[in-house]
Design a protein around this ligand. Structure first.
Ligand SMILES: Cc1ncc(COP(=O)(O)O)c(C=O)c1O
Length: 388
């Protein structure tokens, strides 16, 4: 967002103030945690029935509205996990007998949900390589109800241009959903390029401190209403205390993302100079296959770097064991640097051949660059590389 049209604030301000509040003397500056499952209510004359599973607890509403404001969508709903948000979105858009077209470059659990679980419920998915010209169009059927993509992709950090597939989805009148967890709404706002529904694992950058599990869906009000209705039935509602923690995390999102972006850029450039590193994958590097598109559509290249070590899986194990600051753990998007091997985590369910086809050979290490001092991080990585 380079300009701030009158009445519309930039992400740093929205992250702190949301859509703004009327202030009365004595109001708390920080919204209180309303840790209550239920609320006094006797009959419809008392207005809407409030119950925290229904998504209408004040903390749930506060953080959901803030996410909608950040994404620039009509509405949003924060749920109990990224997978809860993903599953509820798909179920809101597709029923038994329907078909989904999805990118093959998606988070492992989302892939498993579509490939292994949904067919048991009568929903089929065709996976396509988003880099292949015309692949989305060829996969469409008369009963296709949505197209799903992920940007940037996990863990190969591809940023396939979403505009052609957004135009295709519009042409055939179905929504394009996008998991934009790796970007965060600070670095990329899908709605601005024609994506209809944005999904986040709020466990990552939105929360930002690796201390909560949450998810979010942002889009048109009628879809969010349907996702909320399903969440009332399936039950992945966000606990009020976690909603409050998520809201607190989002207040520093913009500042954190700025530091993630610069730390990762600096480290990515440095990794390219190291002989132990066969390949450095970062959308901010001109060598990245999607650098041009990412530079055009993203406000920052993000905090995720992937490297492929020349010594393969064994070198990756030793590299990880040699780190003192960066912590070996799955997940990403927290203030601390985390490091993992997708062959043991998100892509464990795939065969070696399937991982190779996605550009994830043994020796592939994913780094979620935190906001520590970049010199300390560089020294940590240097020590671990030299131990190889
Ligand atoms: C891109 C992406 N989407 C979704 C998820 C699932 O999120 P959660 O763990 O909050 O359910 C993850 C988790 O790692 C992820 O990386």
């Amino acid at each position: 967002m380079s300009e701030s049209p009158k009445g519309k604030h930039r992400p740093a301000t929205v992250g702190i103030h949301g859509r703004g509040h009327a202030r009365r003397p004595g109001d708390p500056v920080v919204p209180p945690i309303v840790q209550s499952a239920t609320f006094h209510w006797a009959s419809p004359a008392d207005g809407e029935l409030l119950y925290s599973r229904c998504g209408n607890n004040p903390n749930q509403l506060e953080v959901s509205q803030k996410i909608a404001a950040l994404e620039g969508t009509e509405a949003a709903v924060a749920l109990a996990s990224g997978m809860g948000a993903t599953a509820m979105t798909f179920l809101a858009l597709a029923q038994a007998g329907d078909h989904i077209v999805a990118s093959s470059y998606i988070y492992g659990a989302t892939l498993a949900l579509l490939r292994d679980e949904f067919p048991r419920r009568g929903i089929e998915t065709t996976f396509v390589n988003p880099g292949e010209e015309g692949a989305f169009r060829r996969a469409l059927r008369t009963n296709t109800k949505l197209i799903h993509i992920e940007l940037p992709t996990n863990p190969s950090l591809r940023f396939f241009d979403p505009r052609p597939v957004a135009a295709l989805a519009k042409e055939v009148g179905i929504p394009l959903t996008c998991d934009a967890t790796f970007a965060s709404p600070v670095n990329f706002r899908g709605i601005e390029v024609g994506i209809d529904v944005v999904i986040h694992s709020a466990t990552k950058y939105l929360g930002g401190h690796s201390d909560l599990i949450a998810g979010a869906v942002a889009g048109k009000a009628d879809l969010i209403e349907e996702v909320t209705r399903l969440s009332r039935l399936y039950g992945p509602s966000l606990d009020p205390n976690t909603a409050w923690l998520l809201d607190r995390g989002i207040r520093s999102l913009d500042a954190r993302m700025a530091r993630h972006n610069t730390n990762a850029m600096e480290l990515a450039e440095w990794f390219t100079t190291r002989p132990e590193v066969q390949q450095t994958i970062y959308p901010g590097l001109p060598s990245h296959p999607d650098h041009r598109v990412a530079a055009e559509l993203m406000s920052g290249f993000g905090g995720m770097i992937s490297i492929v070590l020349a010594g393969g899986g064994e070198a990756a194990d030793r590299f990880m064991a040699g780190l003192k600051i960066a912590c070996a753990a799955p997940s990403l998007g927290g203030v601390e640097t985390l490091i993992s091997q997708p062959r043991f985590t998100s892509h464990l369910s795939l065969s070696n051949g399937e991982r190779d086809a996605l550009g994830i050979p043994d020796g592939f290490v994913r780094i979620s660059v935190g906001i520590e001092d970049v010199e300390d991080l560089r020294a940590d990585f240097e020590g671990a590389l030299e131990s190889l």
